[in-house]
Design a protein around this ligand. Structure first.
Ligand SMILES: CCCCCC/C=C/C(=O)SCCNC(=O)CCNC(=O)[C@H](O)C(C)(C)COP(=O)(O)OP(=O)(O)OC[C@H]1O[C@@H](n2cnc3c(N)ncnc32)[C@H](O)[C@@H]1OP(=O)(O)O
Length: 359
């Protein structure tokens, strides 16, 4: 079977994460394969002789002749995969501990006692999610889905679980790049949430402090949510001129009923950990002083349960509504793509940075 649209989109995102410049020749190949995969054979007039860069790009695309779109997509994915592994090869010589860490800059991934822990690691910024961080979480989830651990945990370093989307993701964009930015962000969002929908093993959120925005909404896709009593749950989408994501427009009304979901998702009501527990978003709340000890003791016991039974049970539950979740995710992402272009949203983000509107 050839590369899927999702493999192709993942490969496009991986290109942005390459640590080393792959050089002009490879960049031209990537460009040509991308055009062929998305538009088919070269269909534009040859640029003039002095337009050197566009001429080189055109020639690379044109050289692919009538290569089918699907083959171009597969070749693009293969080329990126080769680049990613060769850019990792320098780290492969390093000791095991170093190697694991070298792959990620914004998360820390560790595996012990049958539990893989993915820890968001920008404590000074309250673990706000940059584009790099979305990518690294997806890569970490992919790795966790294939490792030999039984349970996967997402948690935060420092006093916050996460303050949600890093609002700098939407700053310093030149006017002519705004639409492309919204489109790429919607693709990234859809892939990010998709990796939670598809995650095959039991997934646990260890909510070590306040959670905001997308870090709250995706909780509806976890199997267990353990929270410290210091945690709060806040989805200030309307304040930001935005709309719900993370499948919360579907999962929250199911979990807590439409009235309580509306309070959170439309009116931005911030819940305490106790309220989130009462509404079914949180599995259990622990006193902050014993939170880490109690949670990890519990998870270590769970991780000794038969691995396949856990995984299969999760998959039976998820399979009932996987298709629905993907459809909701696609819709929410496409609505947000429009929202990000609105003056309501742009003004709210500017306000945050001018310190007028801390939420
Ligand atoms: C690819 C795109 C996908 C998009 C998906 C859609 C997602 C939507 C959402 O997640 S919406 C929610 C967005 N988040 C917020 O609106 C939270 C904004 N932050 C705050 O309101 C506050 O920072 C706080 C309440 C989280 C914490 O307040 P406080 O305790 O007073 O700390 P500071 O504000 O001083 O924060 C310390 C430091 O961190 C920076 N920071 C915190 N959160 C964010 C953020 N979300 N984006 C960017 N930067 C953030 C803050 O600016 C401070 O930086 P500084 O020390 O001043 O350099």
């Amino acid at each position: 079977m050839g590369a899927s649209q999702k493999d192709f989109e993942n490969a496009m995102n991986q290109v942005k994460l390459l640590k080393e410049d792959p050089g002009n020749e490879v960049k031209l190949k990537l460009y040509a394969l991308y055009k062929q995969a998305t538009e088919g054979p070269c269909n534009t007039p040859k640029p003039g002789v002095f337009d050197l860069i566009n001429k080189a790009k055109w020639e690379a695309w044109n050289a692919l002749g009538s290569l089918p779109k699907e083959t171009a997509r597969q070749n693009y994915v293969d080329l990126v995969s080769g680049l990613s592994s060769s850019s990792d090869s320098s780290s492969q010589a390093k000791p095991e501990a170093d190697r694991k860490q070298a792959e990620y800059e914004t998360v820390v991934m560790t595996s012990e006692d049958g539990i893989t822990k993915i820890m968001l690691n920008r404590p000074a910024k309250k673990n706000a999610l940059t584009e790099q961080m979305y990518q690294e979480i997806m890569l970490a989830l992919e790795a966790a889905s294939k490792d030999d651990s039984t349970i996967t945990v997402l948690t935060g370093n420092g006093d916050y679980y996460s303050s949600g989307n890093d609002l700098t993701n939407f700053t310093n964009i030149p006017p002519e790049g705004v639409e492309a930015k919204a489109k790429n962000s919607a693709i990234l969002l859809r892939n990010f949430v998709g990796s939670f929908i598809d995650f095959p093993k039991p997934l646990v959120a260890v909510v070590n402090g306040p959670a905001v925005g997308i870090s709250v909404t995706v909780l509806g896709l976890f199997d267990l949510v353990y929270a410290t009593d210091r945690a709060t749950f806040h989805t200030p989408f309307s304040h930001l001129g935005q709309t719900p994501e993370g499948c919360s427009s579907y999962t929250f009304p199911k979990i807590m009923g439409p009235a309580k979901a509306a309070e959170m998702l439309i009116f931005g009501k911030k819940l305490t950990a106790g309220e989130a527990y009462a509404q079914g978003l949180v599995t259990e709340v622990f006193p902050d002083s014993t939170f880490q000890k109690e949670v990890w003791t519990r998870l270590k016991a769970y991780s000794k349960l038969p691995q396949n039974a856990l995984r299969i049970s999760k998959q039976i539950i998820r399979s009932q509504e996987k298709e629905k979740l993907h459809a909701v995710n696609a819709k929410e992402s496409s609505i947000l793509q429009e929202r990000w272009l609105s003056s309501e949203c742009m003004n709210a983000i500017m306000n945050f940075f001018s310190q007028k509107a801390k939420l």
